[in-house]
Design a protein around this ligand. Structure first.
Ligand SMILES: C[C@@H](N)C(=O)N[C@H](C)C(=O)O
Ligand code: ZN
Length: 262
């Protein structure tokens, strides 16, 4: 786990933060990156990898603030989708946006430790931990690190308040009926976020009725705005054409990484 660095203070820095790191993998984002909030303040944000409520069970390396950073075209596309959804009584809610390479490296290290299954019961109850990368649920080189990929869902407005996950609390499988899963103010998509299971495949035929309609509403609205879904995960979308199709960035998730912070 990366040592937590206070945003304002002169704390010890992680070696990977060295400003001398060359080119695109330095400490700062290029000017094409923005905070989603500055483009659309109405889109809800629940940045799961800043919290312990994720499949690893702890804050992920590189997430210094619970903030969604994206390339400007991707953020604008979400704003376009959000305008349409607001008219129908829904809001987007993002769970993850730009993801530094060091965060992906944290996932890779975690995956190698087959004894650490503290979050299995909620996030991958039916999949062997050793298969999560092979089965397409996590990537060693992720589109998120290129800055135009986002994990998101729909929330019916007015949004209900949510409660934080308390580490060590009993876990429920992410494919259990909605009322039994960890509470989330999003609409029922048939599974929770980051539910590594075939039921999360966007077009899985077992998902019908309202759950299927919600997935379709998300997919069609985002497609009209230029975002393409990953078939294995109903929540994962990439804006196309990507401004940085070949670059995997590693600056931290923090307002301070931006050229124009707000
Ligand atoms: C880990 C999950 N939220 C995700 O984003 N998976 C895709 C495959 C990725 O890691 O890029
Ligand atoms: Zn994703």
């Amino acid at each position: 786990m990366e040592p937590s660095v206070s945003e304002g203070g002169a704390s010890a820095r992680h070696p990977q933060d060295d400003a001398s790191r060359p080119g695109r993998n330095g400490r700062k984002a290029p000017p094409e990156f923005v905070a989603l909030r500055s483009v659309d303040p109405t889109i809800l944000q629940e940045m799961r990898y800043f919290t312990p409520h994720n499949f690893v069970g702890e804050r992920i390396d590189g997430y210094r603030q619970p903030v969604c950073l994206l390339t400007r075209p991707a953020a604008r596309a979400l704003h376009t989708a959000q305008r349409k959804l607001l008219r129908q009584g829904y809001s987007l809610k993002v769970y993850d946006c730009y993801r530094p390479q060091r965060a992906v490296d944290h996932f890779v290290r975690w995956a190698k430790d087959l004894d650490d299954e503290r979050m299995k019961r909620e996030f991958y109850p039916r999949v062997d931990k050793s298969r999560l990368f092979e089965d397409g649920y996590i990537a060693e080189k992720s589109g998120h690190s290129r800055g135009s990929t986002v994990d998101l869902t729909l929330v019916r407005l007015p949004a209900k308040p949510t409660r934080p996950y308390v580490p060590g609390e009993p876990l429920t499988p992410c494919y259990a009926p909605r009322g039994e899963r960890f509470p989330d103010n999003s609409v029922d998509m048939g599974t929770g976020y980051d539910c590594f299971d075939t039921l999360s495949h966007t077009d899985d035929p077992r998902v019908q009725g309202k759950q299927r309609a919600h997935r379709q509403l998300l997919k069609e609205t985002l497609a009209q705005a230029g975002l393409v879904n990953l078939p294995e995960e109903w929540w994962h979308y990439t804006y196309k054409p990507e401004p940085f199709p070949d670059t995997y960035f590693d600056f931290p998730v923090s307002y301070r990484s931006l050229s124009s912070p707000r």
